[in-house]
Design a protein around this ligand. Structure first.
Ligand code: ASP
Ligand code: MG
Length: 436
């Protein structure tokens, strides 16, 4: 059971989490994020230190500290629990204040970022102790690890976590941190922003859990972006492939990497709402159900690159050469469309755009369009349903579409539009593809 930042962000919410994990006696690992806002604040502290602005860093540390000094008093009642919390908070903020005095580097920055989950889990554990709820504190740094390519070491994680759990055959609640891990240098590291979902899914896979529950503040994955279109509804069931597509292309509720461990070990993932615990939410399993469009998601900040060359005509090996350029600069490609004399691809990481363009120019003329948005239309058997593509295109008669990718899988049609058309296109698709 993983609870996100907003689910632990207020003392009363933490109490709700306590209620949710004690609703039954099943054995569970509880994975917590940092309190909402904390990781952002820690990023800010790191940035100030990177700029050698110690005054600003100190201000930010004090501001965050003040937040915790109010939080624990509302969370805990007894003197002894409050004393414990005071000690925990003092320890972590002392650490941040010591960092002010030493020279800053990337490893220290990652130590800073880890403070959020350490604080949230320790405070939550203190609450359980205060209420005499038996539980085990399971430090993620004892078992979560990534290799030199930043990939989680699932086999090692599994061995370690299982051997720790063996020591507690009678206990049923284990509390651990999302997001944080050790890297191959044995330093504190993390699974990138939003990585607590990934932690939960890795742990689920590591222990072969019955289910991975991701508890957030919305009732499951919705069929469109509620911030943009006038109405949306939660989707009850998705396949792993559909969910991965949606998570990657913009549905903020789930970290996209968290699908593969669950998929590989065939563990259902449920997206549930802490505020409405009995709502059905979204269940993600291997099963492919229904036909037709289930949901839309959009991803901004996309750049399209077109490489046009008459040498592509009747040639083989051209695409390989093009892709090798992206591989060399570790830049992943999202969409691809081809014609006989040109190929268009999209990327979202612009760190090596200049070098990539320079190298591609050896193979043909290169055109770049920035500020594009991928709209991903996801569902089951879209490619096999009669008329589905016509229906999608009919919704887009008022907007130029730069690329269309269709047939790559049975679950998806992707469109590329200029960012200025995104909202209108999402709304038009929302009205045209779903029955309201
Ligand atoms: N606390 C981390 C973040 O804000 C990890 C997470 O919440 O998933 O990115
Ligand atoms: Mg999240």
């Amino acid at each position: 059971m993983k609870f996100g930042g907003t689910s632990v962000g207020k003392p009363e919410r933490m109490h709700q989490v306590k209620d949710l994990i004690t609703r039954d006696n099943q054995k569970k690992i509880v994975v917590l994020s940092a309190l909402s806002g904390t990781t952002n604040a820690l990023v800010g502290i790191g940035e100030a230190l990177a700029d050698a602005d110690k005054e600003l860093a100190k201000k930010r540390i004090d501001l965050l500290h003040a937040h915790y000094l109010i939080f624990y008093k509302d969370l805990l009642k007894s003197d002894s629990a409050r004393k414990k919390a005071e000690k925990i908070i003092a320890e972590h903020f002392e650490f941040l204040n010591i960092i002010l005095k030493i020279s800053f580097n990337e490893a220290i920055n990652r130590d800073i970022l880890a403070q959020g989950e350490l604080l949230s889990t320790k405070l939550f554990y203190t609450l359980l102790q205060e209420l005499d709820i038996p539980a085990v504190f399971l430090p993620a740094l004892d078992f979560m690890s990534i290799d030199e390519n930043h990939e989680p070491e699932l086999k090692k994680i599994s061995e370690k976590v299982k051997s720790i759990l063996k020591n507690y055959p009678e206990e049923s609640i284990f509390v651990t941190q999302g997001y944080i891990c050790k890297n191959h240098r044995n330093e504190v590291d993390n699974l990138k922003r939003g990585g607590s979902d990934y932690s939960a899914s890795l742990i689920g896979a590591a222990i072969n859990a019955e289910v991975v529950e991701i508890w957030t503040d919305i009732d499951g994955m919705h069929n469109n972006d509620p911030r943009i279109v006038d109405q949306t509804r939660p989707i009850a069931q998705l396949s792993f492939d559909e969910a991965a597509e949606l998570a990657y292309f913009g549905a903020k509720i789930l970290h996209p990497a968290s699908i593969w461990p669950a998929q590989q070990y065939n563990i259902p993932v449920k997206l549930l709402n802490t505020m409405e615990p009995d709502a059905i939410g979204t269940t993600i399993t291997a099963k492919e159900q229904g036909t037709g469009v289930k949901a839309l998601a959009a991803k901004d900040g996309i750049t399209a690159i077109k490489i046009k060359s008459s040498r592509m005509l009747l040639a083989y090996g051209f695409l390989r050469k093009v892709f090798e350029v992206f591989e060399k600069y570790k830049t992943s490609i999202d969409m691809i469309t081809t014609s006989e004399v040109a190929v268009s691809v999209t990327i979202d990481d612009l760190s090596h755009l200049k070098e990539i363009i320079r190298e591609l120019e050896a193979y043909g003329s290169v055109e770049v369009d920035q500020n594009q948005t991928i709209i991903s239309i996801v569902g089951n058997l879209i490619a096999e349903s009669k008329g589905s593509v016509a229906q999608i295109m009919n919704c887009l008669t008022d907007y130029p579409v730069r690329m269309v990718s269709y047939g790559g899988s049975r679950h998806n049609v992707s469109l590329l539009v200029d960012a200025q058309y995104k909202n209108a296109a999402l709304q038009s698709l929302n009205s045209g593809l779903f029955e309201w």
